[in-house]
Design a binder for this molecule. Structure first.
Ligand SMILES: NC(=O)c1ccc[n+]([C@@H]2O[C@H](COP(=O)([O-])OP(=O)(O)OC[C@H]3O[C@@H](n4cnc5c(N)ncnc54)[C@H](O)[C@@H]3O)[C@@H](O)[C@H]2O)c1
Ligand SMILES: [Zn+2]
Length: 361
């Protein structure tokens, strides 16, 4: 089985396979018991029953299958209340397990429920979107959005297992493949080396639905993320580099009322960060960004939103420090491919210009 070990405090496997044997993967990770399956309204009808069957074969008894509406709107306090009360009603015990079958939304929401229900139960990620396979299912950040800002409610909860069946990607719409590739491009730019060299070629094949290319990119991304998470599990320092493109990206998402897909927001956020990297660090990587994002099928601009709302949402960004003056933001920028620099202070005028440059799709 192709897998990557995440050397967190309690290590776990990330399995990435075509025709993944879910029964075997789950059985190797934890003993069967009471469980609940969380999914969304798109993924559930496609993949919940085969998942349910595999879990039953492995000896699990699903107390309930909980379905939330597909989309970012489900990373909300109201969805959280609905799901956590279903766990209570189904009588999931403290040693129970929550399986999250879906994209990053189901993973982030399900993980936050699992982190807080009875002060924490077991959590297993079954990522079905490319974005969730390459990024959100790994590393243990879970949480919800508030209207005031993205991911403002959250916790760290490492999963006991991440099991990604590549066949799940066969039902993923092409635009969602592109959204996942935004995070792959981010990871390639941060990691450099062989990953970056392979990126350009593999992006085209991945977009064409070639599962081998997708698997190679997923494994590259997961290895790169696992290495960072192992160094800095709770984001005291180094892990912040993974927020490349996300400072402005999250501001754009909040300003657009969460109708802008995360992948597109991150793509625009990286282009803005590339401009800032050129202005402040003299790194000329804008064309590299444009070429990669174009190859990933992503637009280079997002629909116009109010710039001041973006800045306001960024003002509530968790990466800011209490001591930061009102007019400075903290950014991860690139000195070069494979050489991120974190905590770079940037003035509000520069940020405003960088945001404006990516608005108006
Ligand atoms: N926790 C982290 O470390 C982390 C990292 C990156 C992103 N995120 C979060 O992840 C979220 C974005 O994730 P996403 O892009 O997966 O969004 P998503 O969960 O909304 O999935 C995107 C769409 O694809 C559909 N879908 C998923 N799998 C499918 C399949 N196999 N077949 C058909 N349709 C499928 C979903 O129903 C949804 O409509 C954002 O909230 C972002 O903040 C978290
Ligand atoms: Zn992201």
């Amino acid at each position: 089985m192709r897998s990557v070990t995440v050397a967190a405090t309690t290590p776990y496997e990330v399995c990435v396979e075509l025709d993944l044997d879910l029964k075997d993967a789950v059985s190797a990770a934890l003993p069967p018991g009471a469980a609940i399956l969380l999914t969304d309204s798109t993924v559930g009808p496609l993949h919940a029953s085969s998942t349910d069957e595999a879990l039953k074969e492995a000896g699990w008894a699903l107390a309930d299958v909980v379905t939330v509406p597909a989309g970012e709107g489900s990373k909300s306090l109201s969805a959280y209340e609905l799901v956590i009360r279903k766990l209570a009603r189904a009588g999931v015990p403290r040693e129970g397990t929550l399986f999250a079958l879906g994209g990053g939304v189901v993973g982030d929401l399900g993980g936050f429920v699992a982190s807080s229900y009875m002060r924490g139960i077991n959590f297993v990620q079954l990522p079905t979107s490319l974005l969730a396979m390459v990024d959100s299912s790994v590393g243990g950040k879970v949480g919800l959005d508030l209207p005031e800002g993205k991911n403002l409610v959250g916790a760290f909860l490492q999963p006991r297992l991440v099991a990604a069946n590549l066949n799940w990607l066969e039902t993923l719409p092409p635009r969602e493949v592109s959204h996942g590739l935004a995070e792959v491009v981010k990871m390639g730019l941060l990691a450099g080396g062989k990953f970056f060299e392979d990126l350009r070629r593999l992006l085209g094949d991945a977009r064409a639905g070639n599962l081998e290319a997708l698997q190679a990119l997923i494994l590259h991304s997961v290895r790169a993320k696992a290495a960072v998470v192992a160094e800095d599990e709770r984001e005291v320092g180094l892990r912040a580099v993974l927020n490349y493109g996300h400072t402005i990206g999250h501001g754009l998402e909040a300003a657009a009322g969460y109708v802008l897909p995360h992948g597109k927001a991150v793509a625009a956020g990286m282009l803005a960060a590339a401009r800032l990297s050129r202005e402040l660090l003299g790194a000329d990587l804008l064309k590299t960004h444009e070429d990669l994002l174009h190859a990933a099928g992503l637009p280079l601009k997002v629909p116009a939103v109010d710039v001041e709302s973006v800045l306001r949402a960024m003002g509530r960004d968790k990466k800011r420090r209490a001591s930061d003056k009102a007019y400075t933001y903290r950014f991860v920028l690139l000195e070069d491919v494979g050489r991120p620099r974190r905590d770079v202070p940037v003035g509000v005028a520069e940020v405003r210009r960088a945001v404006e440059a990516v608005l108006g799709a």
